[in-house]
Design a protein around this ligand. Structure first.
Ligand SMILES: [Zn+2]
Length: 285
């Protein structure tokens, strides 16, 4: 038997932002909240406006941009984010980097050039249809589950919603979970909670839908899951035996939006909430 060290090796890293030397260097800080990043974003009107909102993670900023903006703005946004990260790495290594006040204009030129060059290609590119939630067949139920991660807290949040063949909500849950090791780990926990909740709600014919392909594939695989979250996959398989019929399916994120909204809502609550046959007022309708 191999010797397993009892104490995990820890690599010490300097977590203070290397640009402002003031705050913890989270992704949200370095790409959005740090004065260096702010100076660039605030030089572009459509991004400056986003500072009226409080974001809990940089992914939330990305989502806000993706939701409403045309392709050019999304490309502009991504390229600025990339350049801020690049700049941070260059400064840490004492390499020359672009002055802050020039970044906005330089990136705009790059993106305009890119769009001009690719205009004809993008006109003929096939559009990927948006994934939409579809109701389950009559007599069965569909459970959508998702997670939201907040970089600056020690929690992830899970959301689960059960709907019937008419699309009516049968039950919904928002719950905080402690310190998952990865997004997939959190997704696996959300799936596990969804399966347990099915038995608690006496729903025995259920299609479970999540947007983590890796987790859905692991549950559906005939083989033992060797990932860090393998024990949770085993637990899901075990619990699902108590259901008469169940399937696990992958859905793209747009089709899973209600579960995602519930997960983000868990942040507002103390521990967990289960709503049966109705949604919290702010998500209803
Ligand atoms: Zn900083």
């Amino acid at each position: 038997m191999r010797h397993v060290p009892s104490v995990r090796r820890q690599i010490k890293v300097d977590e203070t932002c290397s640009l402002c030397n003031e705050y913890q260097e989270t992704t949200l800080h370095i790409l959005w909240l740090c004065d260096h990043a702010k100076a660039v974003w605030q030089s572009v009107l459509c991004f400056a406006k986003l500072y009226q909102r409080n974001f809990r993670s940089f992914m939330d900023v990305v989502e806000a941009v993706m939701e409403q903006r045309p392709a050019f703005t999304v490309a502009f946004f991504s390229t600025i984010a990339w350049s801020l990260w690049e700049r941070r790495n260059r400064i840490r290594e004492n390499q020359p980097s672009w002055p802050l006040h020039e970044i906005g204009n330089r990136i705009k030129e790059m993106v305009v050039e890119f769009f001009n060059a690719h205009e004809q290609v993008s006109c003929s590119a096939p559009r990927i249809p948006r994934a939409r939630w579809a109701p389950p067949p009559a007599g069965s139920y569909k459970a959508n589950f998702d997670v939201a991660l907040f970089e600056e807290s020690n929690f992830a949040e899970t959301g689960v919603v059960f709907r019937d063949c008419m699309g009516e909500v049968i039950g919904a849950l928002s719950q905080k979970i402690l310190l998952p090791q990865s997004v997939e780990h959190a997704e696996a926990l959300a799936a596990s909670r969804a399966v347990q909740l099915a038995t608690e709600l006496c729903l025995f014919d259920v299609i479970f839908e999540g947007d983590s392909l890796r987790v859905i594939t692991a549950i559906n695989s005939a083989e033992a899951c060797r990932a860090m979250f393998g024990h949770i996959i085993e637990e899901i398989r075990g619990h699902s035996l108590s259901l008469a019929r169940c399937q696990f399916k992958h859905i793209r994120r747009e089709g899973n939006s209600l579960a995602h909204a519930l997960a983000r809502r868990a942040d507002l609550i103390a521990d967990n909430d289960i709503w049966v046959e109705e949604l919290p007022i702010d998500l209803d309708g």
